[in-house]
Design a protein around this ligand. Structure first.
Ligand SMILES: *[C@@H]1O[C@H](CO)[C@@H](O)[C@H](O)[C@H]1NC(C)=O
Ligand SMILES: *[C@@H]1O[C@H](CO)[C@@H](O)[C@H](O)[C@H]1NC(C)=O
Ligand SMILES: *[C@@H]1O[C@H](CO)[C@@H](O)[C@H](O)[C@H]1NC(C)=O
Length: 722
């Protein structure tokens, strides 16, 4: 997952919109849409304005453990453990679905028609793919593949007490291998495909993995560190071509061969219990080395059950486009859920999602166009870029098309604000038809629900995407440690900037944090550190009891609680808003506290800012900031001002550029009414974006403070001395 991958969303947004604009400009019917659009809703708005009622989404609940203010989902008095009678593990859930939907499609992968490698003048080669239709495995065939693979592992002499690691991009084989391990009660270690060598070594060594299942790209990485992998004995490669450098180090078997020997030598399943560890998920933490989170079948099943209630009418008609990393809890839950309800999972990649994606050969189709998904998951960074891409294109067009887009947008916005979702049948239809249809076509045109997680979604993006795509966005808040369970925003909740109320599997409690000035007795809303309790709260960190004890607690009623370190407040309807982060609070030399996250969130609104990290320490009385400049905005400004420059790096070094960006930050700081010590006294402009590959942001694009501090330690020191 890299930042670049998402840039093609931006390009996609642009390409598609251009056509829409041209069509609109040539179409006289536009004008009738315009007029009807303007008149009808005004009357309705007046009629309905007063009928709005506040719906209670979360209600107070009496809980054990540390005192605080706790909320439960208003529909579920006690936390949900399973939504399926008699089912207590993911293995049972999958088997049941396969029997029920035996002849239906389950897993699909696109056929590769051709692959070209282009080497443009700058020497950086890139690949273009021509992909065909999806080829499908039915539930019945997928179940056979899973059973065969499970038996095949026995033939390879993998003992069930030993752990398996799956280290690969999201694909069909990943899911099959996962289910196969579940059937034999083998714990799966998951590792982000973009994790660095050090972290990879550490996680494989720590969990004493004996079998690694990977693609040939990842196998090359393993070969590089083979000297340090003491416990790995065998590798199962998902691709047919196995790199020659790998031979001799381990027994290497192809995925297809494992299935084949398994088919010839079937072995009975060895099903796990609910409390057995299903997955040890290594997460790229914001600080330090990654930690392995141990999740039981019961943990994941609780979240899967709870998420099912979020997506209205989820069932066997749904088609899901899978492209986020399966090593991320959100994707793992999503695919287990879709396969439980009889839905269809089509695999794609971030670089081939749309027709204009960077790896898609010109003139051929992207994953979304071919699959036409009805449900998707996304991380906020993707949605931000879709929004920016569409906006930029509209702004660049200007004139009537911009006016029309703006009008359509503001009409939809006031309809949503003034009333509940889905009102204004006629007007909505017209705007959809003339303005938003082409935007929707980027994702295949049939999206009816989007699930966003991994990081908070900005209010602006949430509104923009749900208006342009016409599909509600369910925003979830949760952590790997809580198996993604915690809160979610309901489809009919059109407020923005909040993360909703408790998922049916969780209780959410706020506890006092006096040092940070957040108390549950605060008015008008109780505030405090967010603590999550319930069956989705995981067992803890693998081989790290000390850290586990620090952030996990079991209360006298045997409920597990996880201390998130996030600060939140409860609204009157029981919905949570995240307002701060405990870890990010720094005490300055003179004793003032600076909330890094709060200041960064505010300042990142500046159009010049692509990314920002505020730095403060107890040795200085003021803070400084590293700012990754937005190339588009800064170059735009420079050309308007007639500032000459040879390239973007050169421009970012210029005194006048820094001054311009700094003054933009200053204005925002003033508007946000920041204290003087909260405003960076100096900034350093950087011209290279922070990507997961560079290790400076997580796969969900959250900044990694420690890594950035280390990488730019000289620059930070200079900011304090110069
Ligand atoms: C599953 O595996 C774990 C670890 O090897 C073991 O402790 C547990 O008893 C097993 N469960 C069953 C039902 O065999
Ligand atoms: C292997 O290691 C070398 C040197 O450390 C590095 O340049 C190369 O990119 C690595 N290869 C892979 C596939 O990670
Ligand atoms: C692997 O783990 C063992 C203990 O489990 C430790 O002694 C060894 O130093 C580790 N090796 C590496 C390369 O981290």
């Amino acid at each position: 997952m890299c930042t670049l991958s998402y840039l093609d969303w931006l390009a996609a947004g642009q390409g598609e919109l251009k056509e829409a604009d041209t069509a609109r400009a040539q179409n006289p019917i536009n004008m009738s849409g315009y007029i009807v659009g303007a008149l009808v809703p005004i009357a309705f708005t007046l009629l309905l304005r007063n009928s709005k009622k506040v719906k209670k989404r979360g209600v107070p609940v009496d809980v054990g453990g540390e005192p605080g203010y706790a909320i439960r989902n208003s529909q579920f008095p006690s936390p949900v453990e399973t939504a399926w009678e008699g089912i207590s593990t993911l293995a049972e859930l999958f088997e049941q679905a396969c029997k029920l939907h035996y002849h239906k499609r389950l897993l699909g992968t696109r056929k590769l028609i051709s692959r070209e490698v282009k080497v443009p003048e700058d020497g950086r080669s890139f690949e273009k793919l021509h992909l065909g239709e999806y080829e499908w495995l039915t539930y019945g065939k997928a179940f056979e593949a899973v059973c065969n693979f499970a038996s095949g592992m026995v033939q390879l002499c993998h003992r069930k007490e030993e752990r398996v690691a799956i280290f690969a991009d999201t694909r069909e084989e990943w899911f099959i291998a996962l289910q196969a391990c579940f059937r034999r009660n083998v714990t799966v270690v998951t590792i982000y495909a973009s994790l660095g060598e050090e972290a990879l070594c550490r996680s494989l060594n720590e969990t004493e993995v004996t079998t690694v299942i990977c693609g040939n790209k990842e196998l090359k990485k393993l070969v590089n560190i083979s000297g340090q992998l003491d416990t790995v004995k065998r590798v199962i490669c998902m691709d047919d071509e196995i790199p020659t450098s790998a031979s001799g180090r381990w027994t290497i078997t192809s995925f297809a061969d494992v299935e084949r020997v398994g088919c010839e030598n079937p072995v009975d399943a060895n099903l796990p219990l609910s409390a057995d560890v299903a997955v040890i998920m290594y997460t790229s933490g914001s600080a330090g080395l990654p930690k392995g989170v141990m999740m039981t079948h019961g943990n994941v099943l609780a979240t899967v059950s709870a998420v099912m209630t979020i997506v209205p009418g989820l069932g066997s008609k749904d088609v899901y486009l899978a492209y986020l990393p399966l090593a991320h809890i959100l994707e793992l839950v999503a695919e287990n859920l879709i396969s439980a309800v009889g839905g269809v999972i089509g695999y794609g990649t971030p670089l081939t999602l749309t027709d204009t994606s960077s790896k898609i050969k010109a003139g051929t189709k992207g994953d979304a166009t071919v699959l036409s998904p009805t449900v998707m998951t996304a991380v906020p960074a993707i949605l931000d870029r879709v929004r920016d891409g569409v906006r930029k294109k509209v702004d660049a067009k200007g004139g009537l098309s911009k006016k029309l887009f703006d009008l359509a947008y503001s009409r939809r916005l006031s309809a949503i604000n003034g009333c509940w979702f889905g009102a204004w049948g006629l007007e909505k239809f017209l705007w959809d038809f003339f303005v938003f249809k082409k935007v929707r076509a980027i994702l295949g045109g049939h999206i009816r629900f989007l699930l966003s997680g991994g990081a908070p979604l900005s209010a602006d993006t949430q509104r923009f995407i749900s208006i342009c795509l016409g599909a509600p966005i369910g925003q979830g808040y949760g952590l790997t440690e809580t198996c993604a369970g915690a809160t979610f925003s309901e489809v009919d909740d059109t407020s923005v900037g909040r993360v909703g109320s408790s998922l049916p599997c969780s209780f959410i409690k706020l506890i006092d944090w006096p040092e940070g000035g957040y108390l549950t007795s605060d008015s008008p809303m109780p505030r405090g550190e967010i603590v999550v309790g319930g069956p989705s709260v995981t067992l803890g960190y693998f081989k790290n009891e000390e850290k586990t004890k620090e952030v996990y607690k079991v209360d006298e009623r045997i409920m597990r609680w996880f201390y998130t370190g996030d600060i939140g407040q409860f609204h009157a309807d029981g919905c949570l808003e995240i307002i701060d982060r405990k870890k990010d609070i720094v005490k300055l030399q003179h004793g003032e506290y600076v909330s890094l996250g709060k200041v960064e969130a505010a300042l990142s609104i500046s159009p010049y800012v692509d990314n920002i990290m505020l730095h403060a320490d107890p040795f200085h009385s003021y803070c400084v900031a590293l700012v990754v400049a937005s190339q588009h905005a800064v170059e735009d400004w420079a050309s308007k001002q007639g500032v000459a420059f040879t390239n973007f790096a050169d421009l970012s070094e210029k005194e006048e550029t820094i001054k311009e960006v700094y003054s933009s930050l200053g204005q925002i700081a003033k508007k946000s009414r920041f204290e003087k010590f909260e405003i960076p006294a100096k900034i350093k402009l950087l011209s290279t974006p922070w990507t997961p590959e560079s290790g400076l942001v997580t796969a969900a694009l959250k900044i990694k403070r420690e890594a950035i501090r280390k990488a730019f330690s000289d620059d930070l020191a200079e900011l304090y001395t110069s």
